[in-house]
Design a protein around this ligand. Structure first.
Ligand SMILES: [Zn+2]
Length: 286
């Protein structure tokens, strides 16, 4: 398979760029965590429809949670980036009042400042502060995991390899597009960019869930309560065809199981570890 070969080559380039794996080790998931995750999904399916909060109550919830999550997340970021001079941990955190979909995202603005936005429809759909804390902390996970930066490096690697790709492969690759948090990477959307980022999108989401679980917990919220937000069976797209939170963050059992396993690590006082691949990468950079 042509496309398969190309993806394998893209993976090799990724290795040479030391850019593409997760920075931190993801927790081990066993039968117990999978079973608890399935129960959570089943319970979420039975839930009655939610009544939307007023805009005022939603904005108040956002402010309340941001006041607790942001300082914890930024200090975790500064600690993680201690060796990266100039890394910007000061995120512009705000409500996206334009977006019609229930969604949240992390990206860099035109001035290259990191920003996190939670849309007003998403906030109005939340049932507890824990849910907003979980979504917000997950987005900080993308900052601390350096996912936009890595995604760009991968995209570059993919673009180099796929420079001379045939039209037949084009049709197949485009099916992989638009899963990431609606960020700048997607807007450039060269074919190479799409294919180069395929293999790692899921692991970045899981890494953000791991980091987000730890941040939400440290800020005094319950990550398991929070994860109920995305365990509901919701449509990936709105009637207008735009991706919702469930489109950019497919709620599979592995995500919920990862949150459960991370909470178990926190309770057992197991610290966050560097991923083995990343340890080699950091050594090479130093
Ligand atoms: Zn995400």
């Amino acid at each position: 398979m042509k496309i398969g070969k190309i993806l394998v080559s893209a993976g090799l380039v990724c290795l040479s760029l030391t850019a593409c794996g997760t920075t931190y080790e993801l927790p081990q998931i066993g039968d117990a965590e999978n079973q608890r995750a399935s129960l959570m999904f089943a319970a979420a399916k039975q839930e009655p429809a939610r009544a939307a909060l007023s805009e005022r109550a939603a904005a108040a919830r956002f402010q309340r949670v941001a006041g607790r999550v942001a300082p914890i997340a930024e200090s975790a970021c500064r600690q993680a980036m201690a060796k990266r001079a100039g890394f910007d941990c000061q995120v512009g955190l705000a409500i996206d009042r334009e977006m019609k979909e229930r969604n949240a995202y992390f990206t860099y603005d035109k001035a290259q400042k990191p920003i996190i936005r939670l849309s007003m429809p998403l906030l109005r759909d939340t049932r507890s502060d824990d849910e907003v804390a979980f979504v917000m902390s997950h987005e900080y996970g993308h900052l601390i995991g350096r996912h936009v930066e890595k995604q760009k490096q991968q995209a570059l690697a993919g673009a180099i390899i796929l420079g001379a790709l045939t039209a037949a492969a084009t049709t197949r690759s485009t099916a992989y597009g638009s899963y990431y948090d609606g960020n700048a990477v997607r807007s450039s959307m060269e074919l190479g960019a799409a294919a180069g980022s395929v293999a790692f999108s899921q692991s970045y989401e899981l890494e953000s869930d791991t980091l987000g679980t730890r941040i939400a917990h440290a800020a005094g919220y319950d990550p398991l309560e929070g994860a109920k937000f995305f365990a509901r069976p919701e449509k990936a797209r709105t009637s207008a065809g735009n991706l919702s939170f469930w489109g950019t963050h497919p709620p599979d059992a592995k995500r919920v199981a990862t949150v459960i396993a991370t909470v178990e690590q926190i309770e057992a006082r197991v610290a966050l570890k560097s991923a083995p691949g990343n340890r080699a990468a950091v050594a090479a950079e130093e």
